[in-house]
Write a protein that binds this ligand. Sequence first.
Ligand code: ADP
Length: 633
Amino acid sequence: MTTTTATETLGFQAEIKQLLKLMIHSLYSNREIFLRELISNASDACDKLRFASLADPALAEGEPLEIRIDFDSAARTLTVTDTGIGMTRDEAIANLGTIARSGTAEFLSSLTGDAQRDSQLIGQFGVGFYSSFIVADRVEVLSRKAGAPAGEGVRWVSEGSGEFTVETVERPARGTSIVLHLKEDAAAFADAFRLRQLVRTYSDHIAFPVLLRPDGGKGDYDRANQAQALWTRPRQDLSDDEYRAFYRHISHDPGDPLTWGHHRVEGRREYTTLLYVPSRAPFDLYNREAPRGLKLYVRRVFILDDAEQFLPLYLRFVKGIVDSADLPLNVSRELLQEDREVEAMRSAITRKVLDMLTTVAGDDPEKYRGFWSEFGSVLKEGLAEDPGNRERIAPLLRFTTSLAGEAGEMQSLADYVLRMKPGQKAIYFVVADSLEAARGSPHLEQLRSLGVEALLLTDRIDEWMVAHLGEFDGKSLKDVAKGSLDLDDLIPAGERKASALGAAAIEPLLGRIGAVLGKHVAGVRASERLADSAACLVREEHDVGPQLRKLLESAGQVLPPSAAWLEVNPSHALVKELESLPDGDRFSDLAQLLYEQAILAEGGALADPPAFVRRLNRLLVGSGGSSIVLPGL
Ligand code: ADP
């Protein structure tokens, strides 16, 4: 090996420097994962070569695709070599030091400083090549790109601090060797038995042979893994551990998957899928630009990472592979987008995932709750994105409800329907910014006194979601803050009559309040929903509610202003007080306050807060000997 150019010293990109530091200092437990990461990169490099040689068979150079592990315990070195695609000098500089993987900055900003939580996040991020520095104080990369002459090899060296060096070297062998100069306390990794065990544990599923020599330096290599694409093996021959290890390989998630499904489809189209649902959400779940999708293989040849055409956006958390027997080997992202076959595969895969979730929900509700808390808000998007599967998605939804016990155990819509009262026609829900606000909503008072349950919706997309859901099991979903609650069949006839009389009696008062509030409200009427509160706001059946309005406006939509009805509680002390007052300043102050407290109770913002404060103070001071206490203030 002769050096043919001067050595160049370069600095790591700031984000990478930060990542390296974090890793060296926080990933002390479970250090052995470095080997899995290096073998995984080596396997990717072999996949890429196999793919490239489809178009240019000369690239294969008549050499088999394999991964070799060598070690020298005296010199304390461990080398992972692959005969894959290799890197040019420029690629080594870019890939191993100057271009942080997309999402790195986002990842770093999501760290909390809490060592334990952060080390989990680091694992979740997928540490890749840099994990070498957990066990090595010096890492040397020797590589030569497939198709390049032997004189264009590259040697990259770093001690993991701020810098690395590169030089051009002679390297006859295609592919890459990563030479780890092991730290003193990592010397035990230079051991055939240990290495073989690690390969079995973490890399058995790798589709290329991983070769080891019994004594490191001499003798013949033998295979330490199965070296057969895992998904091509029959299900009954695979252990759960093998499925889990494969999940870690493709997902870079150090945790276990929640569930998986392995299916072979035969007939007009032939393909195999191996789909995983992770246990935990990735840090970038809500970044719609983040890479997502399945790894695509065609007849076992790796074609593409992140083939998003096989999954809808609302299932973006699913990981896995699809291996097609029918797609052409030269298929590209663009072609996938237009392919009718791909479209059909995507709907079949979507159903498989929904079936997997349905099975978990049925067999292991506890586990399903875990899924829901990680991915529920994403799954909800499916009601809008995938109307064709609404019937499959709806039973998978979970809600906190007004009747759920202390533990706040979440309920399915089917649970709700089972508990509906005789005469109850709709599935009621309340939309609010928080569970407290939802539970305390004035709109729920009458329902609660009738023992009728309501779903508490607090996710920012919930109102939008139920608009798309519309109904479940033939029952419509009804916002308690809109239109009429249609409670007639739930209330005994005697009470109904009494409340109708009460409402009729305050007609004149309603008109007087309406005159004070003017165009701020659509009108004033007696309420059927209130028990303890004095007033609430109610919108028309098809009006946009406050939450959805906020969501749409934040997305840049301009909505026409709409005024709500003010509903008042005829039996409330404040309303009675109003009734006893003649028109005048005190009457209009109180009437406005009634309106303003209704806005505040639903989490709304007052148009003129200082005026509200002045009005309130006027009343507090002026009320003097009056017995009224303003409820809730
Ligand atoms: P990741 O593999 O997740 O992209 P890594 O930090 O492990 O991230 O590697 C960074 C990049 O370096 C890879 O994407 C790849 O381009 C390149 N690389 C790493 N190892 C090899 C290898 N053995 N052969 C060829 N390229 C490699």
